[in-house]
Write a protein that binds this ligand. Structure first.
Ligand SMILES: [Zn+2]
Length: 224
């Protein structure tokens, strides 16, 4: 077994965030609860939309998007009108919004997608978009930015910010950097390539052909 198998396949060391169904790496739990308490004192309520995700779950998302079973969105978040036939084009369209299985930071268990529950209108379904961050969640994001700048965010930082790699900015995605670093250090692209070769993954040829480039544009720029 190689190191990478731990990412998204091995759930040891994960704990439930109290009151939720979401799992997080044990070392990141106390810092997250401290961040939540700090937010509460300012009138915000941090709600988790996503945290740990298994390899199988990411593979399922990938395969369903590749086969048209899950809606595929363009860079503006609008569904493509027709099926994309070219494997390369289809792969890059999926990568606008979804990570490669085994290369998602959500496998780490140190990363979460969060919103401010107090700002959500009744009946509104959170989509995790930039519009929401500039709109209803703007006060929360301003607060979070100020805490990160002041190094009062208990080790959490944003990762998907403009100017790093090819992934669209995700202000809602936060990472407990000290926890993530341990996992980043163990990340081994060559064992991931081997896993792809032996898994039932859609668009496998396109992914393997461009593998090194994809690591350089969607994974390593976000290792802090
Ligand atoms: Zn995320």
């Amino acid at each position: 077994m190689n190191e990478l198998v731990a990412f998204g396949l091995d759930e040891t060391g994960l704990v439930l965030i109290p009151g939720t169904e979401y799992k997080i790496r044990e070392a990141a739990l106390e810092p997250f609860l401290s961040l939540s308490d700090a937010a509460k004192r300012e009138g915000f309520e941090i709600r988790v939309e996503s945290s740990y995700r298994s390899f199988e779950r990411q593979l399922s998302i990938w395969n369903r998007k590749a086969t048209g079973k899950l809606t595929l969105l363009d860079s503006k978040g609008i569904p493509f009108k027709e099926l994309l036939n070219d494997e390369d084009v289809l792969m890059r369209a999926i990568l606008l919004w979804s990570a490669l299985p085994g290369a998602s930071r959500h496998h780490f268990g140190s990363d979460l997608d969060v919103v401010d529950a107090t700002a959500i209108p009744d009946g509104y379904e959170v989509k995790l978009t930039e519009e929401e961050c500039c709109g209803m969640f703007a006060p929360f994001h301003e607060w979070l930015t100020s805490k990160i700048k002041a190094k009062e965010s208990f080790g959490f930082d944003r990762v998907f910010v403009p100017g790093r790699g090819s992934i669209r900015p995700e202000p809602w995605h936060i990472s407990h950097i000290p926890t993530a670093r341990n996992l980043q250090d163990a990340f081994d692209p060559q064992s991931l390539r081997l896993i792809y070769e032996h898994s039932a993954m859609a668009l496998k040829n396109a992914v393997l052909t461009h593998f090194d480039e994809l690591m350089k544009s969607t994974v390593f720029p976000y290792f802090l």
